[in-house]
Design a protein around this ligand. Structure first.
Ligand code: UVW
Length: 332
C-alpha cells in the first residue's frame, strides 16, 4: 500500500521496541526466543527429514544486476595435485625450493590437501541482515548512533551479537505462491498485504506464535534458478506487514527474494526506499533473511500439510558485520 511519510512515522512509533529489553539490548525480537521456545521448536520434529533452505554461493549467484554487489569469487590456494606436479615436473630450482620449504606437506609423503579462498559481499546469497544493516535519522535499533558502524565494522548490533540465539526456533512457512495459485512465482505489482498473510495462515490451518520465525514463499528463488536472472523483480511483503509481525511477536522473518519486502517504490512510502527494512531492523529490531531457497520446503509442506518445523539458521559469526551468509535448514 503506497503511504506517506506521516503514515510511516505513525507505524514506526507503533512498532518501535527500543528499551523493551533494556538500553543495552542488541538482538531485538530474538529475545522472544526463550528456552521454552527452543524446546517447542524441537518438538515439531516428527519424521526426521532435513530440508536445506540455503542457495549456492558461487559464480552463478543472483548478484550482478545491482552494481554494489557481486557474486562470490572462489579460487583454490592449494591443490593437492600441485604437489605431485611440482615434484615431478617442476624445474630443478622449484623442486629444490619445494623440498626445502614445504617438504613436510608436499614432497616427502603421500598425503595431500586442498585449500581455497572466497571473496564476496556478505549479502551475496542466502543471508541474514543484521540490525546494523539500515538506519535513518542517524539512529540504529535501540537508539544506538549510526556512527557506531565504522570502517572497522559495527560496534553495535553486528551479526555476531545474535550468536547466543542460534538462530533457532519454530519456523512457519507461509506459502503465498500456493495461496495465489501462482505459476512458480508471484510477479511484481501485488505486494503481500497483512490481510493476505491472515488468509494464508487460515488456509494452511497454522498458528503464528510468539518467538516464531516466519518464512514467506514468493517463488522468486525457484524462478531465479530457472532463468538465472537475478535482477528480475518479484512480489514481497507490503511495508505495512511490519505491524502484523509486531503484533504476533515474530522473532524474525525470511523470504526467498532479494529484500523480503516488495521492491516497487510506487507501493512503498513516498520518496523513500526499503521502508519495511527501516521498520523491522531499525525500529522493531527484527532481522530479515533474504534469498532463502524455499521451493523444496514448500513442496514438502504441501505434501504433508504441515507448515511448522524446527528452523536452524545460525549466521556466519563475522565480527562487526552488518549481515552474514547462512545455510538454514528446516527439520520436520
Ligand atoms: C539492500 O538492498 C540495500 O539491502 P537488502 O540486501 O537487505 O535487501
Amino acid at each position: 500500500m503506497a503511504g506517506s511519510m506521516s503514515d510511516f512515522r505513525r507505524m514506526a512509533d507503533q512498532v518501535r521496541n527500543w528499551g523493551r529489553w533494556g538500553a543495552a539490548d542488541e538482538i531485538g525480537t530474538l529475545n522472544f526466543i526463550t528456552a521454552e521456545k527452543v524446546a517447542e521448536a524441537a518438538a515439531t520434529v516428527k519424521k526426521g527429514s532435513v530440508i536445506s533452505l540455503g542457495g549456492d554461493f558461487g559464480s552463478s549467484g543472483p548478484q550482478g544486476a545491482f552494481k554494489f554487489r557481486q557474486n562470490p569469487v572462489h579460487v583454490m590456494t592449494v591443490d593437492g595435485g600441485d604437489a605431485s606436479t611440482l615434484v615431478e615436473y617442476g624445474p630443478q630450482w622449484l623442486r629444490n625450493a619445494v623440498a626445502a620449504d614445504m617438504s613436510a606437506f608436499f614432497a616427502d609423503n603421500p598425503f595431500r590437501f586442498n585449500d581455497d579462498i572466497i571473496v564476496m559481499p556478505l549479502q551475496a546469497a542466502t543471508q541474514w541482515d543484521a540490525l546494523s544493516h539500515v538506519y535513518y535519522e542517524d539512529k540504529l535499533y535501540n537508539g544506538f548512533p549510526a556512527g557506531s558502524v565504522t570502517s572497522f565494522g559495527a560496534f553495535h548490533c553486528g551479526i555476531e551479537k545474535v550468536d547466543a540465539k542460534g538462530i533457532t526456533s519454530r519456523g512457519v512457512l507461509l506459502d503465498v505462491v500456493a495461496h495465489r495459485g501462482a505459476d512458480v512465482f508471484c510477479p511484481p505489482g501485488q505486494p503481500i498485504t497483512p490481510a493476505e498473510l491472515d488468509e494464508v495462515v487460515a488456509a494452511q490451518n497454522v498458528e503464528i506464535r510468539s518467538g516464531d520465525v516466519v518464512v514467506v514463499h514468493t517463488g522468486w528463488w525457484t524462478r531465479f534458478l530457472a532463468t538465472g536472472d537475478g535482477g528480475e523483480p518479484g512480489s514481497g511483503l507490503d511495508w505495512t506487514c511490519a505491524a502484523w509481525l509486531h503484533e504476533r511477536e515474530v522473532a524474525a522473518v525470511a523470504a526467498d527474494n532479494l529484500m523480503v519486502e516488495d521492491p516497487d517504490p510506487a507501493q512503498g512510502v513516498e520518496g523513500t526506499f526499503l521502508p519495511m527494512h527501516m521498520l523491522c531492523l531499525r525500529d522493531m529490531g527484527l532481522m530479515l533473511g533474504e534469498y532463502w531457497d524455499l521451493g523444496p520446503l514448500a513442496a514438502d509442506c504441501a505434501a504433508d500439510g504441515v507448515y511448522e518445523f524446527q528452523l536452524v539458521a545460525p549466521p556466519l559469526k563475522v565480527v562487526g558485520a552488518v549481515g552474514a551468509p547462512v545455510s538454514p535448514i528446516a527439520i520436520k
